[in-house]
Design a protein. Structure first.
Length: 85
């Protein structure tokens, strides 16, 4: 369940996710300033990432083995992000 204000909820309804870049931008915008961190651990994982939408879209192959930490921050807002530069 999400906790959005009426303004955020209305604005969210106006946005359309067309591709991976749009999804990443929306996630970054939502998490920025909230001191968010997402940690992933991968062991010999292969991911095919489509460049476009659709079943026949060309794909890039990513091979992951190790840790990935995604953090967001807003220099204007203090928070628990210890990696803020």
């Amino acid at each position: 369940m999400t906790d959005l204000s009426a303004t955020e909820n209305a604005a969210a309804g106006d946005r359309t996710i067309r591709d991976w870049a749009d999804l990443a931008e929306e996630m970054w915008s939502y998490l920025t300033g909230k001191g968010a961190a997402i940690n992933y651990q991968f062991i010999d994982m292969t991911v095919e990432v489509p460049r476009d939408i659709g079943p026949d879209a060309p794909r890039a192959t990513w091979k992951l083995n190790g840790s990935l930490r995604v953090t967001t921050s807003d220099r204007e807002v203090s928070g628990p992000d210890a990696n803020r530069g």
